[in-house]
Design a protein around this ligand. Structure first.
Ligand SMILES: Nc1ncnc2c1ncn2[C@@H]1O[C@H](COP(=O)(O)OP(=O)(O)O)[C@@H](O)[C@H]1O
Ligand SMILES: [Mg+2]
Length: 268
């Protein structure tokens, strides 16, 4: 099928590969803010619906950050206890064995962060799926870690990525102390209709395609069905390519897009 469309690889796979990233204005803005957060050693919170591109952006950020100046690490499953969280930080940022008691752990983390400071390297902690943080104490530890300072400067940048409920949760209840440490919140909205067209074209071409197989009408159908969420766009587009291949058509027109949308509806 790839040969049929003149492709070298699958254009609409599920993996958050930064090579395929299409930077809509919203993604550009989110990435710029993540870079800013990394530089300014702040806590920042980025939210977005499932499949809007948070993990992909985090991978892109890892590619973008200068290795001589930043040491980024990613926590992808922040479900554990506060103790686990702190031990994880020790392991991710150093080769040391984490201490047992919390007081010792915090001291150890301070030493690790301080040694980065001496080398003029900024440690960047990216927490993906931060809406899964179940232990309230983890937020408390995040805050404590950002309390470590040297010459009035924080010692670590923290980027929380999560679904919209993360923000809701932080807005409610007694998170005042944590909220006050957050530099800013940013929400990644869905793609608009024009972006969806460009997104489809972009991914197809990155995969080796040399033309735009989706007609305007097809792109419109994919947009209205997906509401501009990249994960759903991928699904619809991938399926549309399969249908077109079955029909021997190199183009995805209105009918094929509608068929793909119908099938998506049946399965979801
Ligand atoms: N800006 C983008 N450019 C290209 N592909 C994207 C973009 N945003 C999301 N995707 C694709 O959509 C799917 C879901 O993205 P992902 O980053 O996993 O979303 P999230 O982490 O927000 O749930 C992945 O296949 C990813 O490659
Ligand atoms: Mg993700």
């Amino acid at each position: 099928m790839l040969d049929f469309f003149g492709l070298k690889e699958k254009p609409f796979s599920k993996t958050p590969d930064p090579k395929f990233i299409y930077l809509s204005d919203k993604h550009k803005e989110a990435l710029a803010r993540m870079e800013y957060g990394a530089e300014e050693k702040e806590i920042i919170v980025i939210t977005g619906e499932i499949g809007c591109g948070k993990t992909t952006l985090s991978r892109k950020l890892l590619d973008e950050l200068d290795e001589d100046k930043f040491y980024p690490v990613v926590i992808i499953n922040p479900r554990g206890s506060a103790g686990n969280f702190l031990r994880n930080i020790v392991k991710l940022f150093s080769k040391r064995d984490p201490k047992y008691y919390k007081k010792d752990l915090l001291e150890q983390i301070y030493e690790i962060l301080y040694s980065f400071y001496e080398k003029d390297i900024t440690p960047v902690l990216i927490i993906d799926e931060a809406q899964l943080i179940s232990h309230k104490e983890v937020f408390e530890e995040i805050r404590l870690i950002t309390n470590f300072q040297m010459d009035d400067e924080n010692l670590i940048s923290i980027i929380l990525l999560g679904q919209p409920e993360l923000k809701q949760r932080l807005k409610r209840g007694n998170w005042e102390a944590f909220r006050q440490r957050v530099g800013f919140f940013y929400h990644i909205g869905p793609l608009d209709e024009q972006d969806t067209y460009k997104y489809l074209e972009h991914r197809f071409k990155v995969a080796g395609g040399t033309y735009m197989p989706f007609t305007n009408e097809a792109s419109k159908i994919i947009y209205s069905m997906s509401k501009g969420i990249p994960r759903v766009i991928n699904h619809l587009a991938q399926n549309a390519l399969l249908i077109a291949f079955g029909k021997g058509s190199k183009y995805i027109d209105k009918e094929i897009a509608e068929e793909s949308a119908r099938e998506y509806n049946e399965w979801s």
